[in-house]
Each structure stands twice: as structure tokens, then as C-alpha cells.
Design a protein around this ligand. Sequence first.
Ligand code: PLP
Length: 502
Amino acid sequence: MLYNSTQNKNEVVSAAQAIAQGISKDGGLFVPQEFPRYSEDDFKSLLKEDYRGRAKKVFSDFLTDFGEEEINDCVEKAYTAEKFDGSNPAPLTYTSLNGKELNILELWHGPTCAFKDMALQILPHLLTKSLKKTYDGKDAVILVATSGDTGKAALEGFKDVEHTKIIVFYPVNGVSPMQKHQMNTQEGANVKVCAIEGNFDDAQTGVKKIFTTSDISEKLAENNMLFSSANSINWGRLLPQIVYYISAYCDMVNDGKISLGDSINVVVPTGNFGNILASYYASLMGLPVNKFICASNSNNVLTDFINTGVYDKNRQFYTTVSPSMDILVSSNLERLLYKLSGDSDTMTAQWMTALKTVGKYEVPDEVKTVIKENFFGGFCDDLKTRETISRLFEEKHYLCDTHTAVAVNVYEQYVDATGDNTPAVIASTASPYKFSKAVLEAVAPNEELPANEFDMVDRLNELTGMDVPAPLAGLKNKTARFSDVIESDDMKAYVLKSLSIE
Ligand SMILES: *Cc1c(COP(=O)(O)O)cnc(C)c1O
């Protein structure tokens, strides 16, 4: 299987090349030229597999330049019961709220307690193998822009991985204290963490700029290095996310919640559009999805886009209690648009140029219609987010984090608006303890908050009786290693300095 750039179809690469390079030279994103299509028999055999078995099947169909042993090795190393707190890395919890069934797909049982682990525990293995195939002997420099969770998950995945260095940039006031402490205490000889003055989009734009500036790339090449990306623009990030939608479907069939062939809806709290895009890709492979429900917080640029076909990032930016979705430029939408425009690289390139220059584009009516048929967009502000956490806890004693609460709330809006009761898989993207302050405010609104994040974790644990994930509990005693804060204009210089190649 080959991959091409969303902005230039003539830029064709292997899977290994796509993963090693991260982003295409023209600024486009790599996409598979076609999708494998699973028959009923394929699904029947997937039903018998565990998560790892299902992952191996999906990976082998997309990574055709990888050997079976290489894929097995990646999967077995990434999804261990030890790292994911049990044998199923992505378990479902069946609950309900106010009469509506919720099938909650918990994607946060990995080492950093957010769904990013599902991809970032395997990406380093895929990347080192890809490098061997394509750029043997070179070191990959991983640049990450993060709204909080990607940074930590990438650091944890890449720490002390041979032939890699990783530099993470995060918005100085745009992540939770827990996320900041998780990153600043990161261990590993090949890691670097730096805050920037600005928001996530500034960090992401800065990283993209560095990637596509040729004099920096040349400087790296002279020093036997090359850039790669652990952001969800990298194909190696998206592919692992397809697996858990297929796996959740199989689990629901095995649990008797649905029959093989039945449709489901998926509900995804969305920021950069990677997670929901993975579910869309799964549907192109034969997963029967009726509706993709895209849930946003007050940064509701995607809600407006789904409803109007106009993407307009020129709007107020809000810092919310679901910071991992505080994003106005959703990078992976580019991949959806490419698909929906009938694989048109010229149209995709035009839209992306317009986004860069005037911050806005509008898709034609045919594309609007397809979006409307398949997607529902909704949003939920901080007040309703807290209120949803509180209701779900009061009614079912199920504690969810702020991002998941946005998804649950938008799902309720969807069912109220449409009456569609198709069983819905709701992606739960973080442990509630990762966002203890907002979650505590939600379940105990009349209490005075403890002074620091760790006391909040303890209080939340006392109140709810829910176990604190071991990786978060262990953070308390760690001291910070990193404290750099820079202007976003200085990111380039910072990278060169960190690599000692000024
Ligand atoms: C990254 C993240 C999201 C958004 O996912 P995208 O793939 O960027 O749309 C949602 N919730 C949490 C907790 C996250 O870390």
C-alpha cells in the first residue's frame, strides 16, 4: 500500500517513508491511496481475537512494507497488560444517563492516563523500524506541539529510544497543572520540554514552520539527523487509533450489545480531529457507522464548520476546562476534506492555503451535503461540562473527565435533536484525575478547593472512592527538570540550540 500527500498526489511514498517523514515536503499530510475493505468473515475472525490480535490485522493491512514479525514485535511491545493496566487496553464501560445508553470506550488506561498513549506507545517502535528501512543510521528529531496530553504521552513513548531525540513545546498557560508537572518531571536522556508564550495554535504553527523551513532541514541533514513528528499529522499516530474503534465494535458484538452488521454511532471529543478521523477511516474499511458525532468545547470552530461548510478560525480563543480541545486549527480535517473532495489534492491545497493566508475557507455544496449526512457537530461550555460530570456521577457513580463530559453532553443534545437511538460508542479520552480541579469543582461545587493539584487528587479520591491511576499517584514525589519559557518566534533557535547545531 502506498501513501500520497493531500496537497500533491504525485508525492507518493511507502508507509515507512510516511511515518519517518511525518509530514510531506509540500506541507500536505500523507494518506493511504486506498483502504482495505473488511468482509463479514473478516469481522468474524476479528471477534475471536484480543486487542493485540485485532491490532496486528489492521497494521498488516496498512503497513505492507513491514514484515509480520516486525508488526508483531511492535504490537507486543506496545500493548502490554503492565502498561495498560489489564489485558484489554481499551475496555468499554456500559452505563446510561437519564435514560440514554452510554457505551464508554475508556482509552486512558495507558502510562500517561490519556488516549494519546494508544498511539504513542506504539509510534516509537513503528518509527525506529521505519527509519531503518528508509534512513538507516540517521537520528530522528521529534518535534511536538502539545495542548497537554500529546506531550507527555510522546515523551513517555520516546524516552531513551535509540536514534531519537524529542523536544516538546506547550502553551505556558494552556495546560493543567497536572499536565505541566507530568511533562516537566519527564525522565530520559533524549528529552527536552519548553513552554511558549502563546496558545496551542501558536505552538503548532511554530512546529509546522520549522518542519517546512529548508535551511533547518539542511542543517539537520549535515549532522546526520532528520525531523519527524509525533503529532497526529503523522500517519503512525492515526493508524493505531483505527484499531480501537474496530475492537470496540467486536467487544460490543461479543458482549451481546449489538449483532454483527448492526450500525453504531461514534461520539468523539474533538480537538485536532485525529481521533474522530480514525473512526471515519474505520468506516471506510467496513465498520458500520451511522453518524460521527463531533463534540467541541467553546472553541466550536468544527461545530460551525459541520453546520455551515465554512471553516473560520478568526474568532475568540477560549481557555477551557477541557484544554486538550482548545484548538482553532484542526489539522486532521485536511485528511477528511481530501477524501470528501474525491481525493482532490488541488482543492485541498487551495483550502489549506486560504486557511493559512486569510484563516478561512468554504467548501462547495456537494462536500457540505456529504458532511451533513455523516457528521453531527455540537459543543458544550464549561458550565455544562461540569454539570454533566456531576449528573453522571450522581446518577451512576461513574466519574468522567472534562473532555469525556463534553462528548456525553453533545451526545445527549444529538439524541434530543434527532431521536436516533443507534447504540453509540463514546470515546473517553482521559482519566478524571488528570483534570482533578474541574472534576472536583463539578462533584463538590460547595467545597473550598485544596491548595494544590495533588491534594485535589486525594480529595477527589476520598469523595468518589475511585482508584487514582498509579502513574499519577507517583508524580507527587517527583521534582521538575524543565522550566524554560520562550517566545514562539524563538522556537527555531531553541531547537538548533537543543541539538547543539546552532
Ligand atoms: C488530544 C485530546 C483530545 C482531542 O483529540 P484529537 O484527536 O486531537 O481530536 C480530546 N481529549 C483529550 C483528553 C485529549 O488528550
